[in-house]
Design a protein around this ligand. Structure first.
Ligand code: AMO
Length: 444
């Protein structure tokens, strides 16, 4: 005769709230343990959150933080005065009957139990496989995943098709200095600095496209806002009627992305208005001069402190954390930017600033093949390196333009992080690829 057996399946921590009185099996990591004489409290962590497990000491004798365990126990309501309002599962706990140790963790190099992980950045990054497990750090990347999802939806809503162009290219798109070369079977090739050329070529196919891709820039300096490898979220739109169509598209896509994300997470809300203030670069510099007495009106670009000041102005006078700056000098922008026909010294380019930092830039593009080829030559570039790109323009290309958001910068600013590296899983900069180049041995 067959023995009848009840096989219990795993309960996710988030689901325990609706299972008071039920016997469950939880699977996860020991987040923290607190010993109180004849009783031990374990905060157990899985992908859905944390829960308090109550156990007799003999059940959990050798358990330490980050051990992987399976807990069989019963879900119980917590007494009123022991409810933890900070945890979504704070009204319940699990009384353990059996605890199985599945995988033992090494001794932790620092305390992971505090609600915020107060570590210096190098330590945070040297132990990245571990520090990413901290719930606060996890949240950064859950928010980031949602930003990407919401960008996708917003880009689709304006009619863009998602495309997946290559990241190895024959030419440098954003200027030559910070390009990372690849030894390509003895030929010269580069990692893309931007998907720029491909998204323009694909306007010739689908009219409107969007891309989420890794890009690479050999940034020679260490700043709080630059990575060598980062992720860009780009749109490119054909048949634009006017420059303001492009500004509308950029502001709409970004506002929707931020709005939806801050509706989904408990984050400090940004001031996102339907009408993003717009200034030319020269107007912005004039406002900064009037506000601070600092004269940057002859500078060819906004400096980081200018970006902060003009964002302070937008917040004070327009109740907006966003401000769009247009008309940068043609000579300062990439070759594909269309000079303003009314004054070719400036081009039809724009940056979107968010909480004091440029998080997006773009332009209307040159779409006439002769003008494009001339500009490439005038910039000292070799049209032969752009042959595939130029081919697209030979066969009919509509007026078009687009923009690109930096995913890590957007994440950093939405969450008010101090350094862009906190918004990158394994940040690459000139001093680090996983481990610091200066430390030959992985840290103990
Ligand atoms: P740009 O060079 O301004 O424009 O890049 C677009 C956005 O990408 C982000 N970004 C970076 N983030 C981290 N580290 C870096 N080193 C880094 N460089 C750029 C920024 C920036 O606003 N092809 C054009 C876009 C276009 O015209 O459509 C481009 O790449 O948030």
């Amino acid at each position: 005769m067959l023995e009848s057996r009840v096989i219990m399946t795993r309960t996710l921590i988030v689901d325990t709230i609706s299972k008071v009185g039920d016997k469950v099996i939880l699977k996860g990591w020991v987040n923290t343990r607190r010993d109180h004489g004849q009783i031990v409290f374990i905060d157990l962590r899985d992908r859905t959150g944390l829960i308090q497990v109550v156990a007799k000491p003999e059940l959990v004798e050798d358990l330490h933080s980050e051990d992987v365990i399976y807990v069989t126990g019963t879900v119980a309501k917590r007494p009123e005065k022991l409810i933890n309002p900070k945890l979504p599962t704070g009204t319940v706990e699990v009384q353990a009957e059996k605890v199985e140790l599945i995988s033992k963790s090494a001794e932790l190099p620092f305390d992971m139990g505090s609600p915020t992980l107060n570590l210096e950045l190098p330590t945070l990054l040297d132990h990245r496989s571990l520090t990413l497990r901290h719930p606060t750090v996890q949240t950064i990347f859950q928010v980031q995943a949602q930003l990407v999802e919401n960008f996708r939806q917003a880009a689709r809503a304006i009619g863009c098709l998602e495309i997946f162009p290559p990241t190895i290219s024959a030419s440098a798109t954003e200027g030559g200095a910070d390009v990372l070369p690849v030894d390509y079977f003895g030929h010269s090739a580069f990692l893309i600095q931007s998907p720029q050329l491909y998204k323009q070529m694909l306007v010739g196919v689908f009219e409107r496209v969007f891309i989420i891709t890794h890009v690479y820039r050999a940034e020679p300096s260490v700043t709080t806002r630059h990575l060598v490898e980062s992720i860009q979220m780009d749109c490119e739109i054909g048949f634009v009627d006017s420059f303001s169509d492009l500004l509308d598209a950029m502001e709409t896509v970004f506002s929707r992305t931020i709005e939806n994300t801050q509706n989904q997470f408990d984050v400090q809300r940004s001031l996102v208005t339907n009408k993003v203030p717009r200034l030319t670069m020269r107007e912005a510099q004039k406002i900064i001069l009037d506000r601070t007495g600092i004269d940057h009106t002859s500078e060819p670009d906004l400096m980081p402190e200018d970006e902060r000041e003009i964002c302070a102005w937008a917040r004070e006078t327009h109740k907006s954390d966003l401000v769009t700056i247009t008309h940068f000098p043609t000579s300062k922008r990439a070759f594909y930017s269309l000079p303003d026909p009314r004054n070719t010294e400036y081009c039809l380019s724009y940056d979107l600033l968010y909480k004091g930092l440029e998080i997006s830039s773009g332009a209307q593009r040159i779409h006439d093949p002769d003008q494009l080829k001339r500009t490439i030559i005038d910039r000292g570039l070799d049209p032969a390196n752009f042959a595939m790109y130029l081919q697209a323009f030979e066969y009919g290309m509509p007026p078009h333009g687009g923009f690109s958001f930096g995913l890590e910068r957007t994440t950093m600013k939405l969450l008010d992080l101090a350094n862009i590296r906190e918004a990158s899983l394994f940040p690459r900069d000139m001093e680090r690829v996983d481990f610091r180049f200066s430390s030959h041995e992985p840290p103990q």
